[in-house]
Structures are given as structure tokens and as C-alpha cells.
Ligand binder design. Structure first.
Ligand SMILES: [Fe+2]
Ligand SMILES: [Fe+2]
Length: 269
């Protein structure tokens, strides 16, 4: 598992670069903010347990996991420049999400439920990122085809690395506490937070998008599922997998999809 440091020239990417749909694009813009800030939280949540990894192999995968997530954070923050140039309220949403939501809720959550619960939420969030990556790379997926140029390449690289490290946090939680209820509770927390803040962020971007007419907004909202519709049944299947007591991320073979995507981007290795 390699820590790559690619760069993406986003200068030619258009305003509504996801399926030429403003609502779909603002959902992805919301991801450009909550994903990197969330990934720094993932790193913080695994750190207290690094010594509890039972094998050197897992210790070394954890190091790569932290390295990959750190680069994801840096690269998505570079996208914020593009959103600033478009006059979108990226900084106000990032400040709200980071300073108001994460700063206050993370310490409170850790105090009430403990660091293991935090790790369990990270394991579930990581299942979501891997599930979305798996959906993106499913042969014939409209999602990947709807992404524009360098922005599509950026998501492809990130998604591929999410698949590469999909089982790292899961294996750590297994070593720390292999309790089914703890793992399922993490899924409940991750599902509610991810759903709420993804749509909340998209609404924040839509409200601050001065070039978006009401007419286009209603048209693109109506057509949203023609861009992202395949996500819903896919996520439902992935959640059902996760809730099986004997689930492990490696039961689904999609490492080859990640390798193929990285080879296409000339980032293999
Ligand atoms: Fe990531
Ligand atoms: Fe990840």
C-alpha cells in the first residue's frame, strides 16, 4: 500500500462538473469539505490504539493508512481554491463543520462513549468510502462517466486508495474489541452523520451559489437520480453486508478494480 502524492490540474474543470448537474456537483462539493476534515478525525481515532495492533503487518498497514488519509486531506483542500474562485462558500462551511461540529462533538462523544466508539465510527465511515469507491468502479457505472476530466481523476485516485486500505481500521477494531454490537453501533452513528452533513453541506453550497437559477435548481433536483441513482441500491447492499456478524471487508474482491483505476491514472504500484 503506497502513499502517493499526485497533483491534479483543475483549471479546465467546469462549475457543474458532475453530470452537468448543479445538485449532484454540490453534493460532491460537500464531500470535498467533510471528507478531508473527517479523514483527519479517522487518523485521530486510530492513533490511541496503534500499540494494540497484534501484528507488525497491521502496524505497517496502519502507517500507510495514516499516510494515505493525510494526502487525501491535503489534496481535497487544494480543491477548495477552485471552489473559492467559483465564489462558493467553501470556507464558511469548512469553518462550521470543523470548528462547530467536529471540535465540539468529537470530545463530547469520546467523553461519553469512549475512544473505542470513536474507532468503531471510523470503521463504519471507512466502509462507506469503500462502498462508494466500489460503486464508482463497477463496470458500466454512470457515476464515473459523469465526472469531468481532472476532477474525475482526483476522485478515482482517492476511491482507489479507499479500496486499498478498506480493511485496515476494521482489522484494528477486531484486535481492540471484536464486539458485534460495538461495530454495529458505529454504523448507526456513521450513517446518520454522513447522511445529514452531506446533504446539509450541499444545501449550504446551493444557498451560496449566486449563479444557480431557481429554474436550473428545480430541473437538476428532478434529474438528480439520473446522475447518482445507482448509489442507493449499492449502498443498501453494502450496509447489509456490514451488518452480518461474520463480515470482513476482504470478502468482497475489489482490490483489482482499485489496481485497474490506478494503472489507468499511471499511479500503479
Ligand atoms: Fe481518504
Ligand atoms: Fe479511508
Amino acid at each position: 500500500m503506497k502513499v502517493r502524492k499526485p497533483s491534479f490540474d483543475l483549471s479546465a474543470v467546469s462549475r457543474y462538473n458532475f453530470g452537468d448537474n448543479a445538485v449532484a456537483t454540490h453534493l460532491l462539493n460537500s464531500f470535498h469539505v467533510i471528507v478531508p476534515i473527517g479523514e483527519l478525525y479517522f487518523i485521530r481515532s486510530v492513533r490511541p490504539f496503534l500499540k494494540e495492533a497484534k501484528s507488525n503487518e497491521l502496524k505497517s498497514r496502519l502507517k500507510s493508512f495514516i499516510g494515505q488519509e493525510s494526502v487525501h486531506d491535503q489534496v481535497h483542500r487544494q480543491v477548495w481554491n477552485k471552489l473559492r474562485d467559483q465564489g462558493l462558500p467553501v470556507d464558511s462551511f469548512a469553518r462550521f463543520f470543523s470548528d462547530v461540529v467536529i471540535k465540539h462533538s468529537e470530545s463530547l462523544y469520546n467523553r461519553i462513549f469512549g475512544a473505542k466508539a470513536s474507532l468503531s465510527a471510523t470503521v463504519a465511515f471507512e466502509h462507506y468510502t469503500a462502498a462508494l469507491a466500489d460503486t464508482l468502479f463497477t463496470p458500466g457505472s454512470r457515476l464515473r462517466a459523469s465526472m469531468e476530466g481532472a476532477m474525475g481523476d482526483l476522485w478515482s485516485w482517492h476511491a482507489a486508495e479507499e479500496l486499498e486500505h478498506k480493511s485496515v481500521a476494521f482489522d484494528l477494531l477486531k484486535d481492540v474489541d471484536d464486539n458485534y454490537l460495538l461495530r454495529s453501533a458505529g454504523m448507526a452513528v456513521a450513517t446518520s452523520l454522513l447522511t445529514f452533513f452531506t446533504f446539509f453541506g450541499a444545501a449550504w453550497f446551493i444557498a451560496g451559489d449566486k449563479e444557480l437559477s431557481l429554474e436550473r435548481l428545480s430541473r437538476d433536483l428532478w434529474n438528480l437520480n439520473s446522475v447518482i441513482g445507482e448509489v442507493w441500491p449499492s449502498l443498501a447492499n453494502h450496509i447489509a453486508d456490514y451488518l452480518r456478524p461474520d463480515f470482513h471487508p476482504d470478502q468482497k474482491e475489489n482490490y483489482s478494480l482499485a489496481a485497474a483505476a490506478l494503472a489507468e491514472l499511471k499511479l500503479a504500484g
